[in-house]
Design a protein around this ligand. Structure first.
Ligand SMILES: *Cc1c(COP(=O)(O)O)cnc(C)c1O
Length: 361
């Protein structure tokens, strides 16, 4: 680890504990969402760590599912988003569970396979990005029965506003979903709706299984903290250079920060090429020597510059914490996201391929 200019440390035990906590507190099956490289945490080690706890895994794309199969993972894997008709044969050959959200794909899938294939159907109750419209869902599900090789093993919907304090639209969506379920009694399908926000705050959305992503990684989507989760990711970088600016001298591209007086600075080896947001220019903070220090000037592709106090006793190679704890100080993903003008999801999924992930068991 001493070798890396920047790296993340992933606590797989924290992810396992978060998953177990969610299972115990909800009492439901767990569909663990590991899309986008397990929210940047490293999809294969994370998925392996969750085997035996998660009842099913969910990814966004076929390619993500194939990567898990190639890593020898044989658990059920749901592909959450719609696939194209051209991909029907491939999805089945890989033993992935497709999501049906329109007739064309269902028909093509039925044609492409020679054996029975399990599918989940996404019902659009108001997220309005994909899925079978709730007013047409019962009829659609009846029509699906004419496709003799497809078996509907799951029915789900997705909530648009579960992370907001006002749960009124969540109720609207759940009522629409319930009306579909009433029209198709005893379907035998696994019914699921709860993303992290609903898993943590809306028990009415649990049904048979919960479907969280973010919270598995110990990050909360809402201000509510009813279940205790542990963050799993720490992001570090090393000091690459220490220098000093004389009064009124500028720093980094555009010289957007001007030293008000003689100022010691440290270059930290992380930049937007690693996924460290450029919007942290002149507003980010890092931890070094157990204290907060500000980013000054523009974040570059490969490095950033931090202002030191004259008393700081730091050296080239010292560890800087971008996300996580150092001594008593802590920078959370949420704080970083807030400063960068985005959300924790984006920060985590943008941590680049140039940043090695070190796994702690
Ligand atoms: C990403 C995603 C989830 C997980 O959402 P979180 O907010 O990370 O818990 C669940 N379901 C669907 C359909 C998704 O796209």
């Amino acid at each position: 680890m001493d070798y890396f200019r920047t790296h993340t440390e992933i606590n797989l035990e924290a992810i396992r504990r978060n998953a177990e906590t969610i299972k115990v507190s909800t009492g439901k099956q767990l569909i663990a969402v590991v899309k986008a490289n397990a929210y940047g945490h490293g999809v294969v080690p994370v998925t392996k760590a969750l085997q035996g706890i998660a009842d099913m895994f969910a990814v966004a794309t076929i390619e993500e599912g194939v990567a898990l199969r190639q890593a020898g993972i044989c658990d059920p894997i749901l592909v959450l988003f719609s696939s194209l008709p051209e991909q029907a044969a491939h999805i089945v050959a890989q033993g992935l569970t497709p999501t049906i959200s329109n007739w064309e794909f269902a028909d093509k899938l039925n044609e492409a396979v020679s054996k029975i294939v399990s599918v989940h159907v996404n019902i659009n109750t108001g997220m309005n990005r994909y899925g079978v419209h709730w007013t047409e869902a019962a009829q659609f599900l009846n029509r699906l029965k004419t496709l003799d090789r497809l078996v509907v093993k799951g029915l789900f919907t997705h909530l648009a506003t579960a992370d907001e304090a006002d749960k009124s639209y969540v109720s609207v969506q759940l009522k629409r979903f319930a009306s579909v379920l009433e029209e198709i009694p005893n379907s035998g399908s696994l019914v699921h709706a709860a993303n992290s926000a609903a898993t943590l705050t809306v028990p009415e959305a649990y049904f048979d299984a919960v479907r969280p992503g973010l919270s598995l990684y110990g990050v909360y989507p809402t201000a509510e903290r009813l279940i205790t989760l542990a963050p799993a990711l720490t992001w570090k970088a090393r000091i690459g250079w220490i220098g000093s600016l004389s009064e009124s001298e500028g720093v980094s591209y555009g010289l957007t920060y001007k030293a008000p007086r003689q100022t010691r600075v440290a270059m930290v080896q992380v930049g937007y090429g690693d996924g460290y947001p450029r919007t942290l220019s002149n507003v980010g903070e890092v931890l070094m020597g157990g204290a907060r220090r500000p980013i000054i000037g523009r974040v570059c592709m490969d490095v950033s510059v931090v202002r030191l106090e004259s008393t700081d006793n730091v050296s080239i190679g010292d560890e800087v914490v971008l996300i996580g704890k150092q001594g008593k100080a802590e920078i959370t993903v949420d704080e970083l996201a807030h400063r960068a003008g985005t959300i924790s999801y984006e920060i985590l999924t943008q941590i680049g391929t140039r940043v090695p992930r070190i796994f702690k068991h």
